[in-house]
Write a new protein. Structure first.
Lengths: 115, 113
């Protein structure tokens, strides 16, 4: 069974630009979560989608947004990029969000560098 | 607010030298505690889920245990390939926040041959 895939794997942008990252979950998984990982803050939750609906959102500014499609694939968008947005963005999928036993499986991440 | 603290931040062991990693947590009702392993430049790899105090799970040289306030990841006779960052995360059971994981900052384990 294929794992979680993320594209692109690496991205370099300049301040003020916007970026879209893509995530394809494991087949059959309907919940997709996004996390930002930085050396200083570690892994921080961005948002979670299930059946095309955002069910929960972390403490990030409105420049960070996302969506989920009917095939469970998800995208996240960051507008007006800042230097501090440089990070590894991780996508994770699970069968169904909150239930016992529904572990999240992570993709390899997208490394975003903002210059 | 949910909090997860992992210690030590870094641990260096000789091959075969057993030790334990600690994960202390504060959460408004625990739905599950998760351990992940992360290699440099890769996404976290799922290891274990623990649900209630007293529960234990094992996988090869790793054993995870859970109490009401902390979890331990015991590493028995580690090998160099066990070198990685080990992450602990909790999922709360209450309110609308039960769809996210709160992670600790991890323990960087290095096993020397």
């Amino acid at each position: 069974k294929a794992g979680v895939t993320q594209t692109p794997r690496y991205l370099i942008k300049t301040r003020g630009q916007q970026v879209t990252l893509s995530c394809s979950p494991i087949s059959g998984h309907r919940s997709v979560s996004w996390y930002q990982q930085t050396p200083g803050q570690g892994l921080q939750f961005l948002f979670e989608y299930f059946s095309e609906t955002q069910r929960n959102k972390g403490n990030f500014p409105g420049r960070f947004s996302g969506r989920q499609f009917s095939n469970s694939r998800s995208e996240m968008n960051v507008s007006t990029l800042e230097l501090g947005d440089s990070a590894l963005y991780l996508c994770a999928s699970s069968l169904e969000g909150p239930s016992r036993g529904n572990e999240q499986f992570f993709g390899p991440g997208t490394r975003l560098t903002v210059l | 607010e949910d909090q997860v603290t992992q210690s030590p931040e870094a641990l260096r062991l000789q091959e075969g030298e057993s030790s334990s990693l600690n994960c202390s947590y504060t959460v408004s009702g625990l739905r599950g505690l998760f351990w992940y392993r992360q290699d440099p430049g890769k996404g976290p790899e799922f290891l274990f889920t623990l649900y209630s105090a007293g529960e234990e799970k094992e996988k090869e040289r790793l054993k995870a245990t859970l109490t009401k306030k902390e979890s331990f990841l015991h590493i028995t006779a580690p090998k160099p390939e066990d070198s990685a960052t080990y992450l602990c995360a909790v999922r709360p059971s209450s309110g609308g926040s039960n769809y996210k994981l709160t992670f600790g900052k991890g323990t960087l384990l290095t096993v020397n041959p």
